[in-house]
Design a protein around this ligand. Structure first.
Ligand code: DON
Length: 334
């Protein structure tokens, strides 16, 4: 057979498999799925807005927004995706990312851990149960410890690294809600106790009071739902922002962040979430939640009313709906 003819024959199936039309037909209709998720849960007002940080109680239980950010840099939004809210525990995944870039996966595992506690996010008992071992960087104790584990010249440098990193993920200059920061600073006796307990077990890696203060400030960093989706998209896209092209987390550490999210992102709700939905996710008591589908997209939802574990009720419903509709469950072979 003539080489030209041979090449033609082999090129036919190759072309049809990779033509843009074929790929587009396979990709989910994100805009339609997101719209129906938004409508479906619009009137679901179960849950309670957090008030143990007094300033959070001021946020309306009506606030509701969904945003999807894909790895090819597309954004789909519904609801009030420009409303700004405190990220709270969502910030923990970004400080963990700094710790991984600086120290690598083994040190993070040894010093911060990857055990699900099965207990509430601010549990002191979880520390006592395994004082010789770290827990994980997403419960409060582990997150304060993570802040202390970031290499920094001084407090200002530590804070600057944290905020610069989150700004880079969000592709924006994020704001700090000083009301929320002060409100939490004067009511965080429980976190003070956790950080002291962690210190007594050698799990604080720089000054404990300074780390707690920076952690508290970190939790008050605020973003829109759209910005949160863009932050999550970095993790969906192998550590590189699809919006700026910047590599923010070394690719090799992305699975470490996502596995910590899988085991502890929703605290004592994590197991049930993974069982039902099968995608790593993280919540915050401000009502935000982000889930990451590696290689595809991140979805962020904002809705303040929370369940007993401190996770937004409507965010879990909406993300679960979108994950099913896009066949995102990582444990499902199709
Ligand atoms: O330390 C706290 O209690 C808060 N700043 C953050 C807790 C939180 O967001 C738990 N998440 N659902």
């Amino acid at each position: 057979m003539k080489p030209k003819l041979l090449a033609m024959l082999f090129s036919i199936p190759f072309i049809s498999l990779t033509s843009p039309g074929a790929l587009a037909a396979d990709s989910p209709d994100y805009a339609a799925i997101l719209q129906s998720a938004y409508q479906k849960f619009k009137n679901d007002n179960r849950g309670k807005v957090a008030d143990y940080i007094p300033a959070l109680a001021a946020y309306s239980d009506k606030n509701y927004a969904i945003a999807i950010a894909t790895v090819d840099g597309k954004l789909y939004t519904a609801g009030d995706t420009q409303k700004i809210f405190p990220l709270e525990s969502l910030t923990k995944i970004f400080s963990l990312s700094i710790a991984l870039n600086q120290h690598g996966a083994d040190k993070v595992l040894n010093e911060l851990g990857a055990n699900s506690t099965g207990l509430p996010f601010n549990s002191g008992l979880a520390i006592e149960l395994r004082p010789e071992r770290p827990q994980n960087p997403l419960v409060n104790a582990g997150a304060i410890s993570t802040v202390s584990f970031i290499n920094a010249k001084n407090a200002n440098d530590r804070w600057q690294q944290i905020i610069d990193n989150m700004n880079a993920y969000a592709d924006a200059k994020l704001s700090i809600n000083l009301d929320v920061y002060h409100s939490e600073s004067v009511t965080n006796q429980h976190n003070q106790a956790l950080s002291r307990l962690m210190m007594s077990y050698g799990r604080m890696y720089s000054n404990a009071d300074e780390a707690l203060d920076i952690y508290t400030k970190q939790c008050s960093v605020s973003a829109t739902t759209e910005q949160l989706a863009k932050m999550g998209a970095v993790l969906a896209n192998a550590g590189k922002s699809p919006f700026t092209g910047k590599q923010l987390l070394q690719q090799q550490y992305v699975p470490n962040v996502l596995s910590e999210m899988a085991i502890a992102g929703l605290y004592d709700g994590s197991g049930q979430w993974l069982y039902n939905v099968g995608v790593p996710a993280k919540s915050g008591v401000g009502g935000g939640m982000v889930a990451v589908v590696p290689g595809q997209y991140a979805i962020a939802v904002y809705s303040p009313p929370l369940d007993k574990a401190g996770n937004s009720v409507r965010a879990q419903e909406a993300i679960s709906y979108v994950a099913h509709a896009t066949k995102a469950n990582l444990y499902d072979s199709h």
